[in-house]
Design a binder for this molecule. Sequence first.
Ligand SMILES: Cc1cc2nc3c(=O)[nH]c(=O)nc-3n(C[C@H](O)[C@H](O)[C@H](O)COP(=O)(O)OP(=O)(O)OC[C@H]3O[C@@H](n4cnc5c(N)ncnc54)[C@H](O)[C@@H]3O)c2cc1C
Ligand code: FES
Length: 509
Amino acid sequence: MAEEPSKPTGPDLSQGVALGDLADGGMLLGHVGDDAVLLARHGSDVFAVSAFCSHYHGPLAEGLLVGDTVRCPWHHACFSLRTGEPVHPPALSPIDCWTVEQRNGKAFVKDKSAAKPIARAKPSGTAPDKIVIVGGGAAGFAAAEMLRRQDYKGGIVMLSDDEAGPVDRPNLSKDYLAGNAPEEWIPLRGDDYYKENGIDLRLKASVGSIDPKAREVTLGNGSKVPYDRLLLATGAEPVRLQLPGADLPHVHTLRSLADSTAIVERAKTAKRAVVIGASFIGLEVAASLRARQIEVHVVAPEKRPMERILGPGMGDFVRALHEEHGVIFHLENSPVALEAGQVKLKNGGVLEADLVVMGVGVRPRIALAEKAGLKIDRGVVADAWLQTGAPGIFAAGDIVRWPDPHTGQAIRVEHWVVAERQGQTAALNMLGHREAFDAVPFFWSQHYDVPINYVGHAEKWDEIAVDGDIAGRDCLVRYRLGGRTLAVASIYRDVASLQAEVAMEKERA
Ligand SMILES: Cc1cc2nc3c(=O)[nH]c(=O)nc-3n(C[C@H](O)[C@H](O)[C@H](O)COP(=O)(O)OP(=O)(O)OC[C@H]3O[C@@H](n4cnc5c(N)ncnc54)[C@H](O)[C@@H]3O)c2cc1C
Ligand code: FES
């Protein structure tokens, strides 16, 4: 999260800007009073909106204009320039808009105007009375928010077996774990939001079964909740390696706020940590623990961290980056037993550890769907509209495998932004719209001060083309198969990453 500069820079936009100085597709950063304002031109239209993203305050002037929208350089949120609406997550709050008056060849920014949602055509048919969302995570929350944004007046019940309401999960391995984000930043919304918006959020409410014929779910305590439409968004759970000592109290996994808080508590007194797994989560945890001055050892079976997703060049870079910050790797190795204060390795080595974090991947939580008789294929199978085979039941987020129009394959991914966007699409379709889910997958990861952004989906490639310098932290890496770019990873090449996203959106397999 970045702070907005206290004194806005650039021209005073209320005094007018010559239209000749703002090309079609151009952006200009200025201010109106104390507000930093972005002036943007699309054809003959000139728009003025807040200069900072409502997600983590990314500088929108360093992003990309696409038609009458602007995309944030940091995590690819997209806002309507006409209304300020957050068209694509991870931003879920609008940005401010100002009216713009054009006269005498100049654009003058006038008054702030309230953001409003884009008006969609009313769907045919009657709206469902009761919508039940199973899951209080990225997809579940984004769905509920979108239902109310669309002025849905029916009942929304959100059931979550977590003790915390929807939280900013990506932060749990980053700033929050590092001690740089206070707890109040973590909830996606305060408690009042749910009351004010008539969202019946029930925590510690574990759904035990679904009866698709009776259209009702049964909670662990036996109570039943009927639905007209149901969204399954049960996410994933961390894998806990079945090793002797894996259930010792100093051995943690990380998914929930409670998990992160427990690691923070342990980190207050820990001196040496062993992170098992050199994945995104494992290495983000390593970076956060280093920020707490804890000695960190990473144990993983692979030769290079993240090579399977990012290739050898980025893998070597990530390793070197962590080593620069003092992380000690034990690669091509694995733990065989955990004891109080020690981790025993396959190669006979022993590491001292008063904190162990397992970051060895997740398993989608599909048991509920399986029990309800939904079609399963390494995830819950849904169609392009995120509807499962059962009438009225939709699926979104880490559990869903959907037909991705860009790769031409049914894919399942574990990305925050994808889960939120799917939650929104499912919400619209539950209301009777017919929107296919066709977003290009995007994720980001943060290691110390280095962000890695990834657009697209490449399970395999036959060529990696590097533009720029990976070690110099200025690169765009393209993963190609048969000459076609399937995905790009980037470090500090935000506009190129956004441009690649726009190009991929147009491609169909
Ligand atoms: C620490 C951490 C950091 C991450 N960082 C990033 C990142 O930087 N970038 C990125 O793209 N992705 C990141 N991810 C991945 C991202 O958080 C997930 O892809 C995303 O949360 C998936 O959303 P979801 O709604 O499918 O599941 P979740 O957000 O996990 O939500 C699932 C919800 O379902 C509930 N639930 C499950 N089963 C039941 C049941 N039977 N009854 C009731 N409730 C149930 C759970 O309690 C939870 O509330 C991170 C994940 C973690 C854990
Ligand atoms: S700061 Fe804009 S999307 Fe995250």
